[in-house]
Design a protein around this ligand. Structure first.
Ligand SMILES: [Zn+2]
Length: 433
């Protein structure tokens, strides 16, 4: 089943719809959002210059920093009386990015999620156990509203309390589970340890997972362990939340709901638009959002677009699973870590140099982060007490500044391999195939 007719429009029908919606969006942001008026004026663009969807390439980009600079509501295009919800991203430092929704935005968001749930065969006869966190994070309420739109019974379990999650899955007989993949694995492992037989005791048939990069191995293990079809659900709060894209049963690539969210792939260095099939940064323009319309948002996610019509009958373009982050951002156990932030912490510690390497690996299903760093020439390597003190100091600084637990390894000067005189800063051993 396909949730809405827009998912299988012909190319021409889709282009016409997108063109009309882009014109409306551009007129709106030009009139209502001073940030966009200024940017358009700088480029000499007037709303009437935008006639078809192809003209999107003339428009300026929006970056995460633009949302921060206009914190909290500076990019909103509606009055407070029209807003019905606020969400925000989970930044580790500084101000979060804030997003707002009108009633129509919440409907569109719920529709995106409903489309993905429908791809997994979910109908009003199903029960959806939502174990994403509820709150400012868009996961919990996003899946909640989408499942409600489908007419399914929602179990708003939220995160945490793993033993109870397993108990409720059995007792309430949920047929779908929605949460982060690592939390799903945690529930599965806990259930097994506590003597459940998930394939028999649970009635699950589909799972909807997102919000973190996930290896194919973990996906397969979850699909097998819980006896479900595995569905990726992609989204980001700046665009709307989860429900921007999802995969059907015929494809591992995700259909993007391009009647609402127009995707482009750009070269992150030259900012040129790349043709379908080429790898680059995903850029999305919202076409129907009211409270926070967003023009050419640079997601920082690296992927490839595939326009081939899918066996499922949907015509909407598909994207490959996110292959990485443009800015080398590391996601360690769900926490964003920038190498530059680690470097900043290290730079405040006297006994070490800035020759360091961040090594990320997996231990079980958890990420393990190690910071290997060279000490200064006058650090006594034979004094275990002194080394331990420095190690503890670095660990506690990383924890209090970046909220990350790291194993710190101190090594002698000139131990860390350099390639062409420059140290390799990040070694990510996690396989993301
Ligand atoms: Zn499909």
């Amino acid at each position: 089943m396909i949730w809405s007719k827009e998912e299988s429009l012909s190319h021409d029908e889709m282009s016409a719809l997108q063109s009309k919606r882009l014109q409306d969006t551009v007129s709106k942001v030009y009139a209502k959002v001073p940030f966009y008026k200024r940017k358009f004026d700088e480029l000499g663009i007037k709303p009437q210059d935008i006639k078809t969807i192809a003209d999107v390439a003339k428009l300026p980009f929006t970056k995460k920093q633009d949302l921060r600079d206009n914190y909290p509501f500076g990019l909103f295009a509606v009055d407070n009386s029209e807003l019905i919800r606020i969400h925000s991203s989970s930044g580790t430092t500084g101000k979060p990015t804030v997003v707002g929704y009108t009633r129509s935005d919440i409907d569109i968001w719920a529709e995106g999620v409903a489309r993905v749930l429908t791809m997994g065969g979910i109908t009003k006869d199903d029960t959806v156990h939502v174990a994403y966190g509820y709150g400012l994070f868009t996961g919990g309420l996003g899946l909640h509203d989408g499942a409600t739109k489908v007419g399914a019974t929602v179990v708003p379990s939220s995160g945490g309390f793993t033993s109870r999650q397993a108990m409720l899955l059995k007792d309430f007989g949920a047929t779908a589970l929605a949460c982060t993949p690592t939390f799903a694995m945690h529930i599965l492992e806990t259930a097994l340890r506590e003597g459940y037989e998930p394939k028999k005791d649970f009635k699950l048939k589909a799972g909807f997972f997102g919000a973190e990069p996930t290896s194919r191995g973990l996906k397969d293990e979850l699909a097998k362990g819980l006896n479900i079809s595995y569905h990726d659900i992609y989204g980001l709060s700046e665009i709307i939340g989860p429900g921007v894209a999802g995969n059907c049963k015929h494809s591992k690539d995700l259909h993007i709901f391009e009647d609402h969210f127009y995707p482009e792939i750009i070269d992150p260095q030259t900012l040129e638009v790349l043709p379908y099939g080429e790898k680059g940064e995903l850029v999305i323009t919202s076409l129907t959002k009211q409270a926070l319309p967003i023009i050419r948002y640079r997601t920082g996610d690296v992927t490839i677009l595939n326009p081939q019509i899918c066996e499922c009958g949907r015509t909407q373009v598909r994207m490959k699973n996110i292959m990485g982050r443009v800015d080398d951002m590391l996601i360690v156990n769900g926490v964003n870590v920038f190498p530059s932030q680690v470097e900043h912490v290290l730079s405040n510690i006297d006994e070490i140099t800035l020759n360091y390497q961040i090594i990320v690996d997996k231990k079980g299903y958890l990420d393990k982060l190690e910071v290997m760093v060279e000490v200064t020439e006058d650090m006594p390597m034979d004094s275990i007490g002194a080394l331990e003190m420095v190690q503890k100091k670095i660990q506690s600084e990383l924890l209090s500044n970046l909220y990350i637990h790291a194993n710190v390894k101190l090594v002698e000067p000139r131990t860390i391999e350099r390639s062409q005189g420059k140290a390799v800063r990040v070694v990510d051993k996690r396989s993301l195939k």
